[in-house]
Design a protein around this ligand. Structure first.
Ligand code: ADP
Ligand code: MG
Length: 323
């Protein structure tokens, strides 16, 4: 199967119209943004051995490659519209590409996000997706707009993906059903698109958690020239204790996974104290739990404190590809 046959068979679909005025087949795609909107664009690359194991199920990989990109749109409160796919494949394995495309399109269709173009080449397995979303001109959530004395929240259950990774690495044992649950988070993260959209006008800033909660919050605090105070007790009571995967782990390890595990694709965001009720309400409507884990304060950095406000001794390191 050649390059063009592969694109025809697996990636080209009937033209949809709307935002993607011209899709796959010409030298460029043509997009038709709505007046008064900004386009939100983000790329994420997945490299075999670095971001996924060679044994990964191709359908799960198709899902995850798009999910991590949609998560970036969610963090900006942008609505997914289109994406491009640059694919480097060692060989044109029909079974593999078919399963990859199934996982990819299932998630794309669920979010109304249309594949508008891409590139296909032979080489080591490497997947680069660029997503394009739109957001009203003033509606985007930015890292730089948090204010002092606001609440800090995180969605869902960060930490599960890291627990699964440690099982794969042979460093952690989990009972089979819990491992299945954790693995689901690692391989098929659910981007919080609906929550991101619902947080327009409520959150002051947001980021998606890919490298680890504290490290990613650190980016927000730097951009907003603020400090974060994270309440370890709140994290333990609201996140760890209620989660079957995390609840039975040693306390320090569970906290490490939640605060610095990475690969979570949850949203961390800040909001004025007056929005507490509204935030819980929109989270409920989106079917996602949202936990208040701390406060922004004047200063710089991210501190983790106990119930009495004392800083924890434990060191939490987020992921850095070049560290
Ligand atoms: P060019 O040679 O001009 O770069 P290509 O031959 O690479 O064009 O691609 C032909 C068409 O197929 C283009 O519209 C391109 O966007 C699309 N395309 C190529 N690879 C992919 C892919 N992996 N997914 C989606 N569209 C693709
Ligand atoms: Mg090309």
């Amino acid at each position: 199967m050649g390059e063009f046959e592969l694109i025809e068979r697996f990636f080209r679909r009937p033209a949809a119209g709307g935002f993607v005025a011209l899709g796959i087949g010409d030298d460029c795609a043509l997009l038709a943004p709505e007046p008064g909107h900004r386009l939100a664009v983000s790329s994420d690359m997945l490299v075999e051995g670095r971001h996924f194991l060679p044994t990964v199920d191709p359908q799960a990989l198709g899902h995850k490659a798009l999910a991590v990109n949609l998560s970036d749109l969610a963090a900006c409160a942008a609505r997914p519209r289109a994406f491009t796919l640059a694919l480097s494949l060692p060989r044109a394995d029909e079974h593999w590409v078919g399963a990859f495309a199934d996982g990819l399109f299932a998630l794309a269709d669920a979010h109304g996000c249309v594949l508008a173009g891409g590139d296909t080449t032979q080489g080591p397995l490497n997947i680069c997706i660029t997503v394009i979303g739109d957001v009203p001109a003033q509606g985007a959530l930015l890292r730089s707009a948090a204010k002092a004395s606001e609440d800090i929240y995180v969605s869902g259950t960060p930490g599960r993906a890291r627990a699964a990774l440690e099982v794969f690495r042979g460093k952690l044992d989990l009972p089979a059903p819990l491992f299945a649950l954790a693995r689901q988070h690692m391989e098929r993260p659910q981007p919080r698109v609906a929550l991101g959209l619902a947080l327009r006008g409520l959150a002051s800033s947001a980021i998606d958690v890919s490298d680890g909660l504290l490290g990613d919050l650190g980016h927000v605090m730097r951009a907003s020239a603020l400090a974060a105070q994270i309440d370890a007790t709140a994290v333990e009571e609201a996140v760890v204790r209620n989660d079957p995967v995390l609840a039975d782990l040693p306390r320090a390890l569970a906290l490490q996974f939640v605060l610095a595990g990475g690969d979570d694709y949850e949203l961390a965001f800040t909001a004025a104290v007056g929005h507490r009720q509204a935030i819980q309400e929109v989270a409920r409507q989106c079917g996602v739990s949202v936990t208040r884990i701390g406060q922004t304060v004047d200063g710089s950095g991210v501190r983790v404190v106990d119930a009495a406000g004392r800083q924890l001794d434990q060191v939490f390191d987020s992921f850095d590809h070049f560290a």
